[in-house]
Ligand binder design. Structure first.
Ligand code: G3P
Ligand code: MG
Length: 245
């Protein structure tokens, strides 16, 4: 089991530098690199053909030029959608990237990734297996440049079963009193927690238990400063340049 997770500077570009470029696109990751950010976070699900893609919502409505569920569409269809014009006309023609395309870019740039597994309903196991396979093609596993996370405890259980040594962060949106039990069972290296539920006491408890503490999503410098002062190791931000202090 490796326990090493180094996040420097202590900020993770959330869905890439998503305040400046359309989220979860190659442009948003390139923008993060240009800002000097080492770590990016993005969301991974499977297209209907089994290809892992980088996309956040279960529907196409918010971040593409089409509507309806993303589930059921193979990548050969999804790659024809415009995933940039909704953000700004200068990003028109931006595509939904595959996980492989994003990892290739990050590897080339010498960057690190928090791969958030966001399985479509009922796809925990296949999403984990396909993601692990693709990640291993670009980053030898285990690798301290890759932190996996998920809100799905089932997905994280499959992941730990499949890989004894990968770095796992337990994502917590609402506070769970038995968080430590779950994190210990999964042999997590970090707790990735909604900043809205973070308090000084909770931060201390997580740090005292020996976990790295990452908080999402923090877009204001003052809040970031407060969280850092409580021992938070890094924050996820849409505008990572603004929260470095
Ligand atoms: O991984 C941190 C954060 O991305 C979790 O929430 O909905 O933005 O994927 P969401
Ligand atoms: Mg995410």
């Amino acid at each position: 089991m490796i326990h090493s997770l180094q996040i420097k500077p202590p900020v993770i570009a959330h869905r890439g530098a998503s305040a400046y470029a359309p989220e979860n696109t190659l442009s948003s990751f390139t923008r993060a690199a240009q800002l000097g950010i080492q770590w990016v976070e993005f969301d991974v699900m499977l297209a209907a053909c089994g290809t892992p893609i980088v996309f956040h919502d279960e529907t196409l409505d918010r971040t593409t030029d089409r509507q309806g569920d993303i589930g059921g569409h193979p990548y050969r269809y999804l790659q024809t959608l415009d995933a940039g014009a909704w953000f700004h006309s200068k990003f028109a023609g931006e595509r939904i990237p595959t996980l492989a395309q994003v990892l290739a870019l990050l590897k080339e740039a010498g960057m690190c990734a928090n791969v958030e597994i966001k399985p479509l309903p009922g796809q925990d196991k296949e999403t984990i297996l396909a993601t692990l396979k693709t990640v291993s093609t670009y980053f030898t596993q285990p690798n301290t440049s890759i932190l996996f996370s998920s809100f799905s405890i089932d997905a994280l259980k499959y992941l730990r079963e499949a890989s004894k040594e990968c770095l796992i962060g337990f994502l917590m949106h609402d506070w769970l009193d038995d968080w430590k039990h779950v994190a210990d069972e999964l042999q997590c290296v970090s707790m990735n927690v909604n900043e809205e539920i973070m308090t000084k006491e909770r931060a201390q408890a997580i740090k005292q238990a020996g976990y790295q503490l990452l908080c999402y999503t923090v877009n204001h410098a003052e809040r970031a400063k407060e969280l850092y002062s409580w021992g938070v190791d890094a924050v996820f931000s849409d505008c990572p340049d603004k929260v470095l202090g």
